[in-house]
Write a protein that binds this ligand. Structure first.
Ligand code: C5P
Length: 308
């Protein structure tokens, strides 16, 4: 399914923002501006929300999960930002159908914000170059620029400096959302950064190595988990004890390994895909995780830009 369609109404633009995984997520240092520098390999996966953008006199935003439909939503903030920057007098109606788990480490809110920028750029006929949209995207959040491109990129800076990589060979991503006794706090990401200890920091070498393997086309078959790393793994397990339990249940069900997705609390594993036997294995693992009571998502790694 492509990331953008014209809807039944000629003027409606339908976008399908997708989730991402950080195959590596190395926090390499603290910055004077309060952010952290990181080194990461981002990979988009085919787990998607749906954003409808249509003409309107005023700017309006709604969500099928009403508690997400307020002015704090990144879609709303993206729409206000691009409207102000473009000096557009007309509005638009944006409706979001949420499928990507929220506050889960999958970048769904950032993906939605990127889709809002792209949708409004098209609706209002702005035709802005990618660099101009990316500058707005970076003001909305460190992860947002990635979702304008993708599907695979190496990220530096606070996550907004991107170097495209060739798409990962086809894999199945199996994502598990641990059932938390308490919902994640609204400022989960900030708290996890603040909880990092000296030995959670990394030097960026894993990201460099993985990027080289992807660029050389050498990342084939079952991915060696020692190539992957995530600076938040310890802090997330401390903050959410359910993460460690869910990881053990994934391994017991036959996952080859389990890593934290972004700043969590979701976990993921990757299995090679494309051959019938590989596809059967991935489906069977997802089914067995679901049968054991874990909230489980099965998605493919994307091979083309999510919003193209
Ligand atoms: O950029 P974003 O709004 O997604 O970041 C949320 C919070 O996460 C920031 O306020 C900051 O505390 C932390 N953060 C950071 N370094 C980054 C990205 C985020 O410290 N590279």
């Amino acid at each position: 399914m492509s990331g953008t369609d014209r809807g039944a109404d000629e003027k409606e633009i339908v976008l399908r923002p997708c989730a991402k995984l950080n195959l590596t997520l190395e926090v390499v240092g603290r910055r004077p501006d309060g952010y952290h520098d990181l080194a990461s390999v981002f990979q988009a996966i085919d787990l998607r929300d749906l954003l409808r953008v249509s003409p309107g006199d005023d700017l309006r935003f709604s969500c099928d999960q009403p508690e997400l439909g307020g002015e704090g939503n990144l879609v709303w903030r993206a729409a206000r930002l691009i409207q102000a920057e473009a000096g557009v007098a007309t509005g638009a109606t944006l409706h979001l159908a949420k499928r990507i788990p929220v506050a889960a480490g999958l970048g769904g809110g950032s993906a939605d914000a990127a889709a809002a920028l792209v949708g409004l750029d098209r609706l209002w006929g702005l035709g802005w170059p990618r660099a101009r949209l990316a500058a707005l995207a970076a003001r909305l959040g460190s992860d947002v620029p990635f979702f304008l491109d993708g599907p695979t990129a190496r990220a530096g800076g606070r996550g907004e400096q991107l170097t495209p990589l060739p798409a990962l060979p086809a894999h199945w991503a199996i994502v598990v959302r641990p059932a938390l006794r308490h919902p994640p706090p609204a400022d989960k990401t900030r708290r996890l950064y603040a909880a990092l200890r000296a030995d959670d920091y990394r030097d960026g070498r894993s990201t460099a190595r993985l990027s080289e393997l992807i660029a050389a086309g050498l990342l084939v078959g079952q991915i060696d988990p020692s190539l992957l790393t995530n600076s938040f793994e310890r802090a997330a397990r401390d903050l959410f004890p359910e993460v460690g339990e869910a990881a053990e249940r994934m391994l017991a069900a036959g996952a080859p390994w389990s890593h934290l997705a972004g700043s969590g609390p979701c976990l993921y594993t990757l299995l090679p895909g494309g051959r019938a036997s590989e596809d059967r294995r991935a489906l069977a693992l997802a089914e067995s995780l679901r049968a054991s009571g874990l909230e489980t998502y099965l998605a493919r790694t994307l091979a083309s830009p999510p919003l193209a």
